[in-house]
Design a binder for this molecule. Structure first.
Ligand code: NDP
Length: 303
């Protein structure tokens, strides 16, 4: 049985091989008791890392509010057993200061996230995307100062291209706030971090890599084999459009299903193990709309 935790790059942090993301299914648009059941199931099975961003949930911010309620009702005694991340970088509030990568935005957004989650600090704070119009030093110095202020223990970067990532690695290292982790989309249908050299760079530099949407938002599961379920992400036609369900995808899924069955796995397990097998990957960051899904996902990886 593989170990549950992986070392995050060359750091002291161990992350579970499967981490839980709160982008969908944990906001005001989801039943609280279901969110609670998924979160508790995760923690009870060693999933110690929960990932947020300021804008997760419908309406934006409501996933962090759910976490605040869970902290009060369930998780406060276990705060030191949890590794909680959040991010800022995409549009969050009106006007010129609620988007992109300014010092003004990052610092005030983290303050708001802490208030919503009823936390004094997060374990990890990310720049959610690269801002080509803000001096890179401004964004990075904000991350350094956030760590110095005690509001985050580590910093991460998500969705940055390779060249700014290299500059960030150096800048942060020179200020003794080494980049802990890179968060990028990696799955069997989208291999950009490999093709663009990002995964190799992280591995060489001792930076962890956490793969988001490792199931391609549910495409790499049995969810859409027989149609589009009414309660699925695709049925909402927003982040996952129905035109992704092509004959080519279904053909690919049937082949994957045959391969998975040969190893006694589900399609989702096959897809997650593929990501975890890529050298340099620390953890897969999955979403789930039920305990059953999460249970299926951790089986063969954590059990
Ligand atoms: P996944 O690729 O894991 O997709 C999750 C969805 O797949 C679930 O909501 C569910 O869909 C479906 N699913 C999951 N398990 C199963 C299963 N066993 N059987 C059938 N269907 C299943 O990840 P997400 O796209 O949700 O992203 C995960 C996390 O990554 C986010 O919560 C967030 O933390 C992070 N993220 C970060 C981004 C960034 O820019 N840094 C961008 C996107 C995500 P359904 O809801 O329809 O049931």
């Amino acid at each position: 049985m593989p170990a549950i935790y992986s070392r995050c790059g060359k750091s002291g942090v161990l992350l579970p091989k499967v981490s839980l993301g709160f982008w969908h299914n944990f906001g005001d648009d989801a039943p609280f008791e279901r969110s609670r059941a998924i979160t508790r199931f995760a923690f009870d099975h060693g999933i110690t890392h929960f990932d947020f961003a300021n804008n997760y949930g419908v309406p934006a911010g409501s996933a962090e509010l759910t976490m605040g309620r869970l902290m009060d009702e369930d998780f406060r005694p276990y705060r030191d057993e949890l590794f909680i991340s959040t991010k800022a970088g995409y549009g969050m509030w009106d006007g010129p200061y609620g988007d992109w990568g300014s010092r003004k935005y990052l610092i005030s957004s983290l303050d708001q996230s802490l208030q919503r989650m009823h936390l004094e600090y997060v374990d990890l704070f990310y720049s959610h995307r690269y801002d080509p119009n803000t001096p890179i030093e401004e964004t990075l110095q904000a991350l350094v100062d956030i760590v110095r202020s005690g509001k985050a223990l580590y910093v991460g970067i998500s969705n940055w291209p390779l060249e700014p990532l290299k500059a960030a690695t150096q800048y942060l290292r020179e200020r003794d706030v080494p980049l802990l982790i890179y968060q990028g989309r990696l799955n069997m249908l989208n291999r950009e971090p490999i093709e663009q050299g990002i995964l190799d760079f992280c591995r060489e530099e001792g930076i962890g890599f956490i793969a988001y949407s490792p199931l391609a938002q549910g495409l790499l599961t049995d969810r859409y084999l027989d149609g589009i379920p009414a309660d699925s992400r695709m049925a909402k036609e927003h982040f996952l459009k129905s035109d992704r369900r092509t004959p080519e995808l279904l053909e690919y899924l049937h082949q994957l299903e045959a391969k998975a069955q040969a190893s006694n796995r589900s399609i989702a397990q096959e897809a997650l193990n593929w990501v975890l097998d890529q050298p340099g990957v620390t953890s897969v960051l999955v979403g789930a709309s039920s305990v059953e899904q999460l249970k299926n996902n951790i089986n063969t990886i954590i059990s």
